[in-house]
Structure formats: structure tokens, C-alpha cells
Write a protein that binds this ligand. Sequence first.
Ligand SMILES: C[S@@+](CC[C@H](N)C(=O)[O-])C[C@H]1O[C@@H](n2cnc3c(N)ncnc32)[C@H](O)[C@@H]1O
Length: 361
Amino acid sequence: MVEAKRRGLESWGVDINPLARLITKAKTTPIDLNRLEATHDNLMERLRNIFFDPKEFAKRVSIPKFFNIEYWFKPKVIESLSVIKKEIMQIEDQDILDFYKVVFSETVRDCSNVRGGEFKLFRIPPEKLKNYNPNALATFLQKAERNLKGFRDYFKELSDKKYLDVHVRILDEDTRFKTSIPDESVDLIVTSPPYGDSKTTVAYGQYSRLSLQWLDFEDRICRSIDRVSLGGNSPEDETVLQVSKSLKRIWEEIKRRDNKRASDVLSFYSDMFLCMEELDRVMKERGRICFVIGNRTVKSVTIPTDEILVEMFERFGFGHRETIIRDIPNKTMPLKNSPTNEPGKVEKTMWNEHIVIVERR
Ligand SMILES: C[S@@+](CC[C@H](N)C(=O)[O-])C[C@H]1O[C@@H](n2cnc3c(N)ncnc32)[C@H](O)[C@@H]1O
């Protein structure tokens, strides 16, 4: 949506995850630079003074109550984050507040006890945790400066091109069902859907939970994300097996090895099919869809999602234009997962991703 706005294109964005929507909102909402910079200088100075003065610091500590907070954060980090949050929450301008909530969310993630490079939330092992002492204030200040710089460049570009008012609409909706986007109104869809069900691939809900909890989102919402994610909870529907020959072939192969995993795979693609129905509804004639997708492995069977998607799209009258294969050189997404879902056991998985482009005939 940032890229659309930089090109003067109106855009809609849909995501079930409130953190994804918050980040998108913060990245696409122009804020008057003078106001943002004044708030920034004031916030940075306040924080430095408070952290410099133990009495002032102690006055502001208020530990949030959410499940397992002590497991995921060291005591000093919890105190520091609580003080930073208290100062941020005093910002009255909602757009500026959201900007700093995103900085805060990045700080939460970086200073937590979560081990990097995994698909799931696992804690840093105890022997490493002993000497792990992240500095939440330094992390926050550094991220705030970086985001401010990015924002300055973005704001200047939009303002020079007179694109500041180009519409960006972010929807708290589920792509499997009818969204607020009007029929046949969209020229281009760019999406990177989940690569598989949350249980066994990237658990976005788990990944965002700590940030959401720190930002006071209801526990009910934080815990529901993976369930409403594609393949999270849907009954399997064998219709898709008639639509895609490739899916049928690998589904049968996985079923021979593990019934339950075959059923997860089927429910994921059934959900994907529902999404396609919705994409088809909003798409203009000759409109194009770009799907970024990884071909994941289940029970050592590689699922050719790129081919499956093309076959499924054909059902809706979309023709395949091309598939671009892109290496993943340095994505923060883990490159390995555990075939058995056990921590520590890893198997090479998505090393490259496919960009599948189809066009409505
Ligand atoms: C691979 S991430 C892509 C995130 C982001 N759109 C981007 O391109 O960087 C997949 C996203 O799909 C979202 N998602 C999963 N199921 C969804 C659904 N049923 N409707 C809308 N979004 C969904 C997840 O919350 C997650 O943010």
C-alpha cells in the first residue's frame, strides 16, 4: 500500500491481524512533519530524563498483567517497556500515537526472550538467557530515529508528487468472505497469503501476540488470529481436489503418510479457494493478480503451490501470465522449520518464493 501511494494509486488492504493493520496505517498515513518532529524531540528528551533519574523512573513503572509476561521478558525489560509505553500513551494526536506504537511494537519484539529464526514462539535457552540483557530504551530510540527518517523521505516524496491525499483504506475483514470492496473495482491485486496453516507454518498470531498484548489488545483477539487465519479452523472441503490436479496428487501422497496433515493441507486450500472467489468478485476485466507464495514441504512432500494456484485460478477464468522465482536472500522469516513441529528439529524449507501472475480473461 506504501508502494501504491508512492505511485498515486488508490488502494484497499485487508488483514485479519490488528498488528498488520496498525503497521499499515502508520506507514501510509501522512503526518505533518513539523508536528511529528516536535513530538519526537519532546518524547526523546522526556525518556532520556526519566531513565536518567531512578526516582522518576520508579514512579512510572506499572507492570501490565498478561499471561506469562515474566516468561517472555526479563524483569528490567518489563519495567523499561512499561515506562516507555506510559510516555507514548500521552501523545494526543492519534496518527502520531500510532507511529510510536509501531516503534514500540518493534522494540517489544527485539527485547523479548523469543529466540530468532523460528516459525513459532520459543524462548532463548536458559544458559543464553542468563547473559541476555537487552536495552529497551536504546532499542526504542534507535528504531524511532530510523522510522522517523523513513517517514521524512516518504512524506517528502508524496508531498513533491502531490500524492498526500491519495486514498488508502485498510479493512478489518476476512478475505474468505465478502469484503467492503465494490464489485469489479480493482485493477491489480498484490498479495502474500500465508504459505500454509498457522499450526505448521508461520504462526502470525503467535508472532504478533506479545506486541498486541503490550499494546492492550484484548486477549480474545490475540488468541484468535491463528484460528481465523487460512486453514486455521475450516472443515475440509474436497471440492478443491476436483479443481486442481496437482493438489489432488500431493494430497493423496500426504494422506498415505499422515491423515491429519493431509486434512490440514486440504482445509488450507479450501480457504484459499474461498479467497479466490472474493478476489474474482472485486477484479476488473483484464485485471492482474500477483501472488507471492512459498512452496512448502509437508511430511517431506513438496507442495507445488504455484501450480495449484494457477489451476485454481483457471476455474475463475484467469489465465497464467508468468511465474517469477525469487531467492530469499535475507528475509527475517525463518528458512527452516521442524517437519515434526518439534523445537530444534529443522528441515530446509522455503529457500525461494514464487511470484505467480495471472490475468482475468
Ligand atoms: C505472508 S503475510 C503477508 C503480510 C503482508 N500483507 C505483507 O505482504 O507483508 C500473510 C498475512 O495474511 C493474513 N491473513 C491470514 N488469513 C487471512 C484472511 N482469512 N483474511 C485476510 N487476511 C488474512 C495474515 O494475518 C498475515 O498478515
